[in-house]
Design a protein around this ligand. Sequence first.
Ligand code: ZN
Length: 342
Amino acid sequence: MLGVIYSLPLANKEVSYMYIRRFKAIRVLAIGITALCTLFTAEASAKLQVVTTFSQDASIVSAIGAGFIEVVSLTNGLQDPHAVEPKPSLAAHLNRADLLIVNGQQMELAWLPAALAAVGNPRIQEGGEGYLNASAGVRLIPYTTEELEGTQFVPFLDKDSNHHQIGNHHFWLDPANGLIIARNVYRKLAEIDPANDWIYKLNYESFTARLTEKMKDWDALMVMFRGVKIVSYHRDWIYLTNRHGLEIVAYIEPRETIPPSAGDAARLIKLVKDEDIPLILISPWQPQRASREIARQSGAKVLSLPSAVDSRLGTRDYIQLFDVIYTQLSRALFGTQIGTQS
Ligand SMILES: [Zn+2]
């Protein structure tokens, strides 16, 4: 018993040392947590403010800058990308931005230059450190002179040749171009925020690996539709159809953004009938009536495919967008029996 009593102080001493060690450890941990909290608070407030003109670029930059940036898209996936109604919030977002990502190829011509001229943020002006043209390095499909005549894009025509200062601006609709956009975005983030380059690189590699893997499935799915002829309302699906060897034989819009006349519609109905074209492609932001009427009178089907992130259920990011596009497109092509004819 004595021994036990005697031994108690010793035991207590050990216990108290243990507590002191634990207390010190807890204090160190607490200091560490406080420091981390301070750091994270500082980082949260110091997150790069990224503004994109369109939702597909918002999706790509969100994937690469995850956790280190805050992203706002100036448009949603259902708006006509050529003609955006400027809102007061647009200037506020641009004034706060550290980085502006534009689609380029004059897609934003009708609204962005005026908005940029009105904001006092030199960093995100064209040529500034915080300005990125997503189309850099993309192999663009050229517009012909006829396709742009009478449109807002005339100032970018080279009258002496077909080498215009503008290429088809719907290039994000080939997922392979998504890889180029992602590379542009990664390089720009690393340039303006080199301290976090390593994390941007990891995210970039993860995004491109996922997209590349998906592209194998999508390409395999589309192989059987090579050579199928279709009609498209706008010149937006040509990157996708070129990728998979589908042929767009006509556009419902006679020229970029110009709606068809009654004569154009009559010619198209005849063409669709004569060539037995099974499918007309449109996007949700385009006027639906003309296409549906041409389809009704010619016997073709109309398929409205989402062309932008967040334009339809299940299209919350760039990869999901293509999952929906390919699912719906392949189903529609199967539905026209084309897949079983060869
Ligand atoms: Zn267009």
